[in-house]
Write a protein that binds this ligand. Structure first.
Ligand SMILES: [Zn+2]
Length: 370
């Protein structure tokens, strides 16, 4: 089987994760992550918790809360909790089991280990396939906030930690870092996720920021682009060039690329998110709110890099055949981004179109409308 399993120790001393990536940003990552979408965790923690200190009435409830806490902080992957799931438990089965046991599939926990997360992933793609969490049932458990209590391990913070491994996070303290983090290997008084934990998860799955910038409705840039084609054909006497992306695709995806760039995503993040949207593998926020003032736009060379990659994607991934157009990729990038720049800086559709065409006709860059 073209997959590999690693085991990550919980908040104790045992660690068997051998492949880690150092990160200059603080957190530490395993070398594998989930493809965008839903990760279903089968919660099989049983009854019998009794009333817990924090008011929870079952281990599954606490685990569900821990999963939901991660979900509120990440964008591209969401946990789904299957409560009291009866799916069979097993190692390497492709389902994600969460349960109590006295050993991890026959392997001893060791004296000080509270829980273990396993990780199966595809060696070629580094995509995760399975992650189980086994809680050590020889330990005393409860669920509470605040400092650690003697004789009662807090199930909630250990669950946060283990689900962090499931997402693809490693132990910062065992990778040369000294940060406050739930992902540190030793359990402590920290009873929630720390900013470092969230930053690590967001580096894998995005932050899910909702853009604070309104883009024009799609029919307007589409109309602009159709007029642009006419200008290229009739005024500039441009020859036809090959394109694999149809005009609507050019306008939609250049606009989306611009939306991510205006939302403070770097070039490669923006391109990755647009392509995942094309692949239907995730719903994406931008990277950060756009600051007040003049709207920043990406440099043209990066827009052109995106456009060239989009052509390749349409040709190789979407298997589109070649078509022809009067507006080459460079022209599309320059003028669609310019149109959007006017629109986002308070120009109407008509004004933005006029201003772009004045530029094309050699009348210089026109002032924006704010
Ligand atoms: Zn751990």
């Amino acid at each position: 089987m073209n997959s590999r399993r690693t085991i990550c120790g919980a908040m104790a001393v045992l660690v068997l994760c051998v492949t880690t990536m150092e990160s200059p940003r603080g957190f530490s990552l395993l070398n594998n992550k989930w493809p965008n979408g839903t990760v279903t965790m089968h919660l099989q923690l049983g009854s019998g918790s009794g009333a817990l200190i924090d008011g929870s009435t079952s281990w599954n409830q606490v685990a569900t809360n821990a999963l939901a806490t991660w979900n509120t902080n990440i964008d591209l992957v969401k946990f789904s909790a299957a409560n009291d799931s009866t799916v069979s438990r097993g190692d390497g089965t492709g389902t994600n089991n969460v349960f109590f046991d006295s050993a991890v599939y026959g392997r001893s926990f060791g004296n000080s280990t509270l829980a273990i997360a396993t990780s199966w992933y595809n060696v070629g793609s580094n995509n995760k396939i399975e992650g189980d969490v086994v809680f050590n049932n020889t330990k005393n458990w409860n669920s509470y906030r605040g400092n650690l209590r003697s004789g009662a391990n807090d199930f909630y913070r250990v669950a946060l930690h283990e689900f962090g491994h499931i997402l693809g996070l490693d132990h910062p303290d065992e990778n040369g870092q000294n940060v406050s983090a739930q992902m540190n290997s030793i359990i402590g008084n920290l009873d929630a996720l720390a900013s470092d934990d969230i930053a690590g998860a967001r580096s894998l799955y995005g932050a899910g920021v909702t853009s604070n910038i309104s883009f024009p409705p799609r029919n307007e840039p589409n109309d602009f682009f159709n007029q642009l084609i006419g200008v290229y054909q009739n005024e500039l006497r441009a020859g036809q060039v090959t394109t694999y992306v149809d005009p609507e695709g050019i306008v939609i995806w250049l606009s989306e690329y611009a939306r991510y760039r205006v939302g403070i995503c770097d070039h490669s993040t923006a391109q990755t998110r647009v392509f995942s949207a094309i692949d239907n593998t995730g719903v994406y926020g931008v990277c950060a709110l756009t600051p007040a003032g003049a709207i920043p736009f990406p440099p043209r060379n990066e827009g052109l890099n995106f456009m060239n990659a989009l052509q390749v994607k349409y040709r190789d991934d979407l298997r589109r055949g070649p078509g022809s157009t009067y507006v080459n990729s460079e022209g599309a990038v320059v003028w669609v981004l310019e149109y959007l720049r006017y629109r986002l800086n308070s120009c109407s559709h008509g004004d933005a179109t006029t201003k772009v065409f004045m530029q094309i006709r050699g009348q210089g860059i026109q002032p924006v409308c704010r």
